[in-house]
Design a protein around this ligand. Structure first.
Ligand SMILES: CC(C)(COP(=O)(O)OP(=O)(O)OC[C@H]1O[C@@H](n2cnc3c(N)ncnc32)[C@H](O)[C@@H]1OP(=O)(O)O)[C@@H](O)C(=O)NCCC(=O)NCCS
Length: 153
């Protein structure tokens, strides 16, 4: 059977896509980014890629690639299509693209409570290299970020 990802198209995102991104962001995260943060990324020097199924955005990712390093800043899959390998296939493709831009290693931060994201990153071969104490807001308290990395070459 064809994978969900193979039925999709990858496109470069622009500020015109921010409303559609926000609709997914707000449903997928307990603590979503603001529209302004997304807009800043879309206008900056980042890889901002969307995954389209029949013209509808179903996932997006924002990566920064510079001086041999790739930083995965956001990857978000619409709750309607989670659990079908979308993020795995999409992130693999984007890390391949980062290698074409001379990235040798990828880094990211993830909430230690984000079981789905940790499963995704572990599946792709990321491993924990550190912890940022109280990095994320979590209601009235704070939550640690785990710092993960993956050699790309
Ligand atoms: C994290 C996220 C991107 C995963 O997207 P996805 O398309 O559902 O992921 P995949 O289907 O490719 O799954 C990847 C692996 O994670 C596992 N996984 C996915 N969701 C899971 C969950 N809720 N609990 C446990 N494992 C989970 C899958 O089983 C799969 O492993 P397997 O192939 O060995 O079974 C998605 O849940 C999401 O968008 N969450 C909100 C945004 C977010 O947290 N982004 C990451 C920020 S660091």
């Amino acid at each position: 059977m064809e994978s969900f990802f193979s039925c999709c198209e990858v496109k470069n995102l622009s500020v015109d896509d921010v409303s559609e991104m926000m609709r997914i962001e707000q449903r997928a995260y307990a603590f979503p980014w603001t529209e302004n943060v997304l807009k800043d990324c879309l206008q900056g020097a980042y890889l901002c890629r969307g995954l389209m199924l029949k013209g509808v955005l179903c996932a997006y990712a924002i990566l920064s690639v510079a001086v041999g390093e790739c930083h995965v800043l956001n990857i978000c899959v619409s709750p309607d299509v989670q659990g079908q390998g979308v993020a795995s296939d999409f992130l693999r493709k984007l890390l391949d693209e980062a290698v074409e831009w001379n990235a040798e290693i990828a880094f990211l931060e993830v909430r230690e409570s984000n079981v789905a994201a940790l499963a995704l990153y572990s599946k792709l071969g990321f491993s924990e290299i550190g912890r940022r104490k109280a990095y994320y807001r979590n209601g009235d308290s704070r939550e640690d970020a785990l710092v993960l990395s993956l050699p790309l070459v």
